[in-house]
Design a protein around this ligand. Structure first.
Ligand SMILES: [Mg+2]
Length: 240
């Protein structure tokens, strides 16, 4: 999730996290959000892509997020570099509202293109899927307007033979909601987005039991409702 980190430091911390929690997939950030082809530091993206692969080896699934950075020619060049190093998906390569640009990138690259975290208009989702702008759809359960609308997006994706990996970029209850959706979907993708950036207790302050990763997996709570409740101030027990 960070761009203020050098390729060497990013590779080193991902190796530490792999060894500590057993993660089998990582996502890194390339370019600059809505960055008009700029990079966070000179040469960072070009160095980061091979550095992370070299450090983690071939068994780890690698994803990269452009956060709307690139024009199609630059996105295709960055994507080709990812393909050379066996990356699995390229997320939001172009400005998210430029669906034709993203479709051009998806058509040019063999790797998966993912996107949709910003979108809430179901007409826009239908266009995105019809254009084949993305291979993997990423509705955010809160941005899209709730579980039912996310489900509709997932069904559109299913009819088009596409996978769903909801956007859940922090450890607030959005990750819990996303896990429930994925557990119910026949076309859930192979990874769950689970933030490594917040301090270890961030989700414990919001709900309990908190989500935990062990052996590279997060267990979906199976208590009634969401399976987790809000945590009252000063208590580790759920209020509901
Ligand atoms: Mg993203």
């Amino acid at each position: 999730m960070r761009r203020d980190i050098s390729p060497a430091d990013e590779a080193a911390r991902l190796v530490r996290l792999r060894d500590q929690f057993g993660y089998r997939a990582f996502k890194v950030r390339v370019g600059v959000p809505t960055g008009h082809d700029r990079d966070a530091a000179p040469g960072r993206t070009e160095q980061l892509i091979p550095a992370v692969r070299r450090a983690l080896g071939d068994a780890i699934l690698l994803l990269a997020d452009g956060n709307s950075c690139y024009t199609p020619p630059k996105a295709i060049a960055v994507g080709r570099r990812m393909e050379d190093h066996g990356y699995f998906w390229f997320e939001e390569p172009c400005p998210y509202w430029e669906l034709e640009w993203t479709a051009e990138v998806a058509a040019a690259l063999a790797m998966q293109v993912a996107g949709g975290e910003q979108d809430n208009d179901l007409a826009q989702w239908r266009r995105m899927i019809r254009l084949n702008a993305v291979d993997i759809v990423q509705p955010d359960l809160c941005y899209v307007g709730g579980f039912t609308r996310a489900w509709r997006v997932a069904r559109l994706a299913q009819q088009a033979g596409k996978l769903v990996v909801p956007h859940s970029s922090h450890l607030a209850p959005i990750t819990l909601f996303s896990l429930h959706l994925m557990a119910a979907l026949p076309n859930a993708g192979p990874v769950v987005e689970f933030s490594i950036e917040e301090d270890a207790n961030a989700n414990e302050r919001l709900y309990a039991p908190a989500l935990r990763v062990a052996d590279g997996k997060v267990k979906l709570p199976d208590d009634p409702g969401w399976g987790s409740g809000s945590t009252p101030r000063g208590s580790s027990r759920p209020a509901i």
